[in-house]
Design a protein around this ligand. Sequence first.
Ligand SMILES: N[C@@H](CCC[C@H](N)C(=O)O)C(=O)O
Length: 263
Amino acid sequence: MEFAKGHGTGNDFVIVPDLEDALPLKDAQVALLCDRRFGIGGDGLLRVAPSDDPAAAWFMDYRNADGSIAEMCGNGVRVFARYLLEKGLAEGPEIRVATRAGIKTVTVADGGSGELRVDMGSAAFGPTSQASVEGFTWPGQAVSMGNPHLVCQLGDDAELEALELFHQPRYDAALFPDGVNVEFVVGTAPHVRMRVHERGVGETASCGTGACAVGAVALRHAGLETGTCKVDVPGGTLTITVTEDTLFMTGPAVIVAEGAFRL
Ligand SMILES: N[C@@H](CCC[C@H](N)C(=O)O)C(=O)O
């Protein structure tokens, strides 16, 4: 089976081209491919399949490392678009990608940085809630970016660094019946820093949709309806811009390897 490997700010993905839609992957197969000892290794898998939607040629079939399906992946959609560009499956500067959270338009950013900008659609704010790790509890803001997030503000860098994110933080399962990605943030807009525990994965070096949720919350905390917020993640920096109509995320996306896997 042909594969490629790519990442966006250290959030890494196994990419499986399935251009004839002939390779429906079972959960266990996805988990094996994403396993860092027994497989290729990745936080998730991006299957490149034809789209049913006439507005986009390709569908991003995103799966978490444990095989579970998620609605959206922000770093994944940039890596997916980079793969389409490198393989000649799409032409820039605008690439439309079908996802479970609707069509996302990815644009090659101006200025030769090589970064990609995605129109992610507006952040949808939910109720406030809370998350707990190792007996400590923080208030949090529920935000949907197509997939569920809980953004928790911490006091300072030392508190963020001391967090043990080996296990899923505790959360209100009635509010998040399908699980939730939990972001822990320090700082204020226009520049914040975060760590994340992803549903179906564990702690990752970055989460694009998480950074979008964090940027939107940081701007709102600063009393801003629109604006730009840089979000530092362990694997780099993402730039989040909120406009009256939508939210853009800009960041890197690179393909680092290609090969064949014996499935
Ligand atoms: N890493 C992703 C988010 C992937 C999905 C998430 N784990 C979920 O289950 O919702 C991103 O970059 O957005």
